[in-house]
Design a binder for this molecule. Structure first.
Ligand SMILES: Nc1nc2c(c(=O)[nH]1)N[C@H]1C(S)=C(S)[C@@H](COP(=O)(O)O)O[C@H]1N2
Ligand SMILES: [Mo]
Length: 200
């Protein structure tokens, strides 16, 4: 892979003339936020299980995951606690790659993302498979640090940052929507920053 040029995906919101959503302020460093302690995960102990409404569940180890095609993503990030950061750069695997690994059953309409710290968050399939959603392994040209979700975190640029689960270990396809960790504790089920879908 060395020297290979990655396909670049520009999150559509980076093309807006006004890039800061209502009620947000700009910061220049990504704050570290999670509900418990930082997880320290070694690649040897990491795996990703894709389960639920798929024809056959699969579990990928780190080596298998890193062998998948990768992309570079340029995206603006908005946290519900009111900070935004523009032009972040991520590298990883587009969620659409998963469609080549498992056959998703037609009944599947939602996903739950599961993290190693017990965190989980829900997304519609439409939001999960949006063109700018990736399972990231690098942030601003460097391997993710444990604080930012090493070895693999989700990046969902067009929803508030609580949807961007760190230390991802599982993805479950579901017919019905279910609230995730913050979604069942007062956060909005969807979380569009441009509509200020902050709390419910
Ligand atoms: N596994 C996990 N992922 C998580 C969280 C968490 O507590 N655990 N917190 C979420 C919230 S509320 C935010 S704001 C972002 C913060 O990501 P950062 O630390 O990279 O800025 O991670 C999200 N992903
Ligand atoms: Mo958050």
């Amino acid at each position: 892979m060395m020297g290979e040029t990655l396909k670049i995906i520009r999150s559509p919101d980076t093309l807006r003339t006004q890039r800061v959503p209502p009620g947000q302020r700009l910061v220049d460093k990504l704050p570290v936020l999670h509900y418990r302690q930082t997880m320290h995960i070694s690649p040897a102990n990491w795996s990703l299980t894709i389960s639920g409404l798929v024809k056959q569940e699969i579990t990928l180890n780190f080596q298998q995951f890193t062998a998948l095609p990768q992309v570079k993503l340029i995206a603006d990030i908005h946290c519900v606690t009111d900070w935004s950061i523009l032009n972040t750069i991520w590298e990883g695997v587009s969620t659409s790659e998963l469609k080549h690994l498992v056959q998703i059953l037609p009944a599947a309409k939602f996903v739950m993302i599961y993290s190693a710290d017990g965190y989980y968050t829900n997304l519609s399939l439409e939001d999960f498979f949006a063109e700018d959603v990736i399972l990231a392994m690098k942030f601003n040209e460097a391997t993710l640090t444990p604080e930012y979700g090493y070895p693999v975190r989700l990046i969902v640029p067009r929803l508030y940052f609580w949807k961007s689960a760190k230390w991802v270990k599982g993805i479950k396809f579901m017919a019905n929507d279910q609230p995730g960790f913050w979604e069942s504790r007062g956060y909005h089920n969807h979380g569009d920053p441009w509509l200020e879908e902050r709390y419910s």
